[in-house]
Design a protein around this ligand. Structure first.
Ligand code: BGC
Length: 355
């Protein structure tokens, strides 16, 4: 009998021990339309989304071959990324008069929370039902160099409208950079297909993007997308203007933060829309976060994946978040990603699949 994708996922991801020597716990949710989504407690990761399309189950998320490979990869497949998503220049920042030094784990910068970011942790499954799973994590004062003890709650819900809703909640006892996101990689033509991220069509309701230097740290400028290859305000094939400008060449493709127009960040409107090459799946991203990192999979070279060894551009990430290197840009005000003691971090991003 041919094993289903779900049976293979369970076997591969729970068979070998994870970082702490214990097996991952896998949670699968299914709705009445035959859509299934799977998560694990390691990194509170979103590992699989299978959609019934054209009489078949189509897996649209990338993931590792097995737990051993999951622990080795640095793509952050489906994981919750924290304490601060994306890069902080030289791993340094100053907050409330104190200077902090974080792990340097990406060139000379700190990326996605450091060596033992939230993606490497075992989260607690706080509650679970047919349509949701709630994960919690305690991050200590000093965790990877960050100040303050932070409590994080991430809940995934699968709706009957075929939406995966992610809610983020956090509190801290000291001011700290906090920027949580989910790092799923999508290939709407199918994880095992030959289609590339560049074959997809994208809409980003964003008037500005952040150019970066060669180590992918934002220069600080918020640049208008008008008349650039970064203008996705009208549906555009990702491949159309691919690598056509120095701001893309520096990153090997798209790997940039885009600032959403304020009016689309109410969590109800479409902030981003991704359309499969055959136009048979449309994914609508709604969020309350101010920005999105659109990453076209530029570094996915020779990464062992569920059905094959992934190569560049085999999937793409749409990570809703605050601005990269925000702690070094207080002039970005509330988009700098600082959470103060007594404040509540509460955000929502949903990925609605139409098929
Ligand atoms: C970053 C990329 C990085 C990738 C995997 C993305 O969020 O923008 O530069 O390679 O994550 O770590």
């Amino acid at each position: 009998m041919i094993k289903t994708n779900l049976a293979l996922l369970k076997e591969s991801i729970t068979h070998e021990p994870s970082f702490d020597g214990q097996s991952a716990r896998l949670i699968t949710l299914e709705n009445a339309n035959g859509m299934t989504v799977s998560f694990m407690d390691i990194g509170a990761s979103w590992l699989s989304t299978c959609l019934p399309v054209k009489g078949e189950q189509r897996e649209v998320l990338l993931r590792s071959t097995n737990m051993t490979e999951h622990m080795k990869q640095n793509a952050y497949f489906g994981s919750i990324v924290g304490r601060y998503a994306n890069r902080i220049a030289n791993g340094q920042f100053t907050l409330e008069g104190h200077s902090y030094q974080l792990d340097i784990n990406n060139g000379k910068n700190s990326l996605h929370g450091g060596f033992q970011g939230y993606d490497k942790r075992r989260w607690t499954i706080k509650s679970q039902s047919n349509n949701h799973v709630m994960f919690t994590l305690e991050s200590n004062d000093g965790d990877q160099g960050y100040p303050g003890r932070v409590t994080v709650v991430v809940t995934y819900t699968l709706t009957e409208q075929n939406s995966v809703e992610i809610t983020y909640y956090a509190e801290t006892d000291k001011a700290t950079p906090l920027n949580l996101t989910n790092h799923a990689y999508f290939n709407l033509a199918g994880e095992s297909s030959t289609a590339k991220s560049t074959d997809h069509t994208l809409i980003l309701n964003a008037d500005y993007y952040l150019p970066t230097n060669e180590s992918l740290i934002p220069t600080g400028e918020l640049r208008s997308v008008t008349s650039t290859s970064f203008d996705f305000r009208q549906a555009k094939s990702i491949g159309r203007d691919f690598l056509s400008e120095p701001d893309q060449e520096i990153a090997g493709g798209y790997d940039h933060a885009f600032m959403f127009s304020k009016e689309v960040t109410d969590g109800q409107q479409d902030a981003a829309v991704l359309i499969s090459p055959d136009k048979d799946i449309v994914m609508k991203v709604k969020t309350t976060k101010p920005a999105i990192q659109f990453y076209s999979g530029n570094f996915l070279v020779d990464t062992p994946g569920a059905s094959k060894e992934y190569q560049r551009y085999d999937g793409l990430a749409l990570e809703t978040q605050f601005l990269p290197d925000g702690p070094n840009h207080p002039e970005w005000k509330k988009n700098s990603g600082i959470l103060n003691a007594g404040e509540i971090y509460q955000h929502q991003t949903s990925y609605l699949f139409e098929f």
